[in-house]
Design a protein around this ligand. Sequence first.
Ligand SMILES: *Cc1c(COP(=O)(O)O)cnc(C)c1O
Length: 435
Amino acid sequence: MKYYSTNKKVTGVSLQDAVVKGLAEDKGLFMPDSIKKLPQLFFDTIENLSFQEIAYTVADAFFGEDVEAEALKKIVYETLNFDVPLVPVAGSIYSLELYHGPTLAFKDVGGRFMSRLLGYFIQKQSKTKVNVLVATSGDTGSAVANGFLGVEGIHVYVLYPKGLVSPIQECQFTTLGQNITALEVDGTFDDCQALVKSAFMDEELNTKLKLTSANSINVARFLPQSFYYFYAYAQLKKEGKSENLVMCVPSGNFGNITAGLFAKRMGLPVKRFIAANNRNDIFLQYLQTGNYSPRPSVSTIANAMDVGDPSNFARVLDLYGGSHEAIVADISGVSYDDRQIQETLKGCYTQTGYLLDPHGACGYRALKEMLGENETGVFLETAHPAKFLETVENIIGKKVEIPPKLQEFMKGTKKSISLPKDFDSFKNYLKTRII
Ligand SMILES: *Cc1c(COP(=O)(O)O)cnc(C)c1O
């Protein structure tokens, strides 16, 4: 399969190059030349398949031409070895819990998959050392860093906004050591993302260092996120609840929801999507006005969605041929402020006993408000509530149990390098890393 850039100046790129490069030379995002429809038989019997079996079928449609079957199977089975349960919360609303992986957030799926796929290509290629740059608003850093920890030939630099990630998130990528370096940037997530993008565009750096991205701009990070949409459907079908399915996705950089839109193109019967935002609701404004005008992000208690210029918007546009009308027909949007998120988290806990995290709370509330009578709603519960310990405990007025996996991270010693947010400082730092 070949890949083209959303900016259309770059075409015919191999999967290997798309994964190793991350971003296209014209600054666009890579898109596969075609999105294969999966056979009806797959959907007819999907309820009998495991998460890994489903994931392999979908992975094969995207990557099967470029990765040997045995290697691909191994990557799928070794990286997606945790459960993704669908849990009923209230009425026809279900939570797809994506937080049972090693760092307790959905980004484990893409982070782990990508680290192995990149490792596979590096081994095939030149064996030159590759530097992964990743900007994080919290969870990406931990998922990517843990996915890549100890992977030979790869060094990971995690850029994160100083003081804007939760202490638990921070310790998940600042305590690892080995081939992981944490860079604490005096700025916002958008500043971190801008630094990463500038580094890819910098000719001098790119002649001296092999750089790639592990943000959802990378196809190897983002495409695997479509797997669990199929698995959610399989679980609902088993219960006879899969008709008129509405998928609701708490969204920041829009990688997760775009993977869902890809799943729909592959034939998954999803009636419509809802993108749930916090106050950073640039996408909602696009839906309402047809104009996309990014603006600086504001910080909220759902901090992994504090994104002022969602990268994957370019993919959404491309997927729908730039048609606002077509986008509005498939996706609606909603935006909640911190007070509404708190109210929802607390209300859901008191009424149903189900504990949401601040991101999932946006998804749950959107379904509460927008789900039609004969529809079934699934929201993606994107992180474990204990990852936002203080926030969640303050809202419900109770202690939250910290899963053992998280406690382990908290025992480590934090180690990071402080950087200002200007590109020159970052560039100079990277140059000192050239051996
Ligand atoms: C990253 C993240 C999101 C947003 O996902 P996007 O793919 O960037 O839209 C939502 N919730 C949590 C907990 C996250 O870590």
